[in-house]
Design a protein around this ligand. Structure first.
Ligand SMILES: Nc1ncnc2c1ncn2[C@@H]1O[C@H](COP(=O)(O)OP(=O)(O)OP(=O)(O)O)[C@@H](O)[C@H]1O
Ligand SMILES: [Mg+2]
Length: 222
């Protein structure tokens, strides 16, 4: 499903060049549940953004669902992202002026689908049918993350990428979000790649990939 070969990413800041990814080889099978760990600044988010077609590598090849995507244009990447990838972020990233339901519907609109019933069903699946008309400020952190998960999953993407999805939550809400994600992974056969700093979260995944200074330093099956 995901195959990266010798992926590098270099940022240019004025005259300085900063190589953040230094040659990543990584394969993730369809339906796998994988954790990415590593110190702050090791390149985890940069890597996830490349996997999710939010960003392009500087060099190397990347096949997503069989298609080489490393040198596509921004518009082509956006089209692939809309179909194939759902994102969940540490800070939820909901639109503050929209209701929970409207936020979930946005996940569909980007994929070119207009179907409110699907959005209602996704909210129901994450246990928030009775919060559909609440705005993000009228929801708890855990509830906001549920809305974000509904938004990611409503278009039924083959891949969900989560960047520290429990990082801003207390341990009880974090546990609920983790259970929800692992249930969805099992139920729908979604490929789920999750960045986490929490060893307990990582242990719930099938494989743990550790990054350090822009390189994969270990891979472990749990
Ligand atoms: N757009 C950018 N321009 C320049 N440098 C960047 C950019 N994005 C990230 N970096 C740098 O790349 C390095 C890796 O950043 P990244 O966000 O991938 O780390 P991370 O492993 O996700 O860290 P954290 O655990 O703190 O989230 C950092 O040193 C960061 O300062
Ligand atoms: Mg990060």
């Amino acid at each position: 499903m995901i195959k990266l070969q010798q992926i590098t990413k270099t940022y240019t800041l004025g005259k300085r060049e900063l190589q953040v990814l230094k040659g990543i080889d990584l394969s993730v099978e369809q339906g796998e549940l994988v954790a990415i760990m590593g110190p702050s600044g090791s390149g985890k988010t940069t890597l996830l953004n490349i996997i999710g077609c939010l960003d392009r590598p500087t060099s190397g090849s990347y096949h997503l669902d069989g298609k080489e995507v490393s040198s596509l244009s921004s518009a082509e990447l956006a089209a692939i992202r809309a179909k194939k990838v759902g994102f969940v972020f540490q800070t939820f990233n909901l639109l503050p002026r929209l209701s929970a339901l409207a936020n979930v519907e946005l996940g569909l609109k980007y994929a070119g689908i207009d179907d409110r019933d699907l959005a209602v069903e996704a909210l129901r699946r994450v246990g928030l049918a009775d919060r559909a008309n609440h705005r993000p400020t009228e929801l708890s952190g855990g509830e906001q993350q549920r809305v974000a998960i509904a938004r990611a999953l409503v278009k039924r993407p083959p891949v969900i990428l989560a960047d520290e999805p429990t990082g801003n939550l207390d341990s009880k809400s974090g546990e609920e979000i983790l259970s929800l994600l692992t249930e969805l992974h099992q139920e729908q056969g979604i490929t789920l790649v999750m960045i986490t700093h929490d060893p307990d979260v990582a242990r719930r995944c099938q494989r743990i990939i550790r990054l350090k200074d822009g390189l994969v330093v270990s891979e472990e099956r749990t």
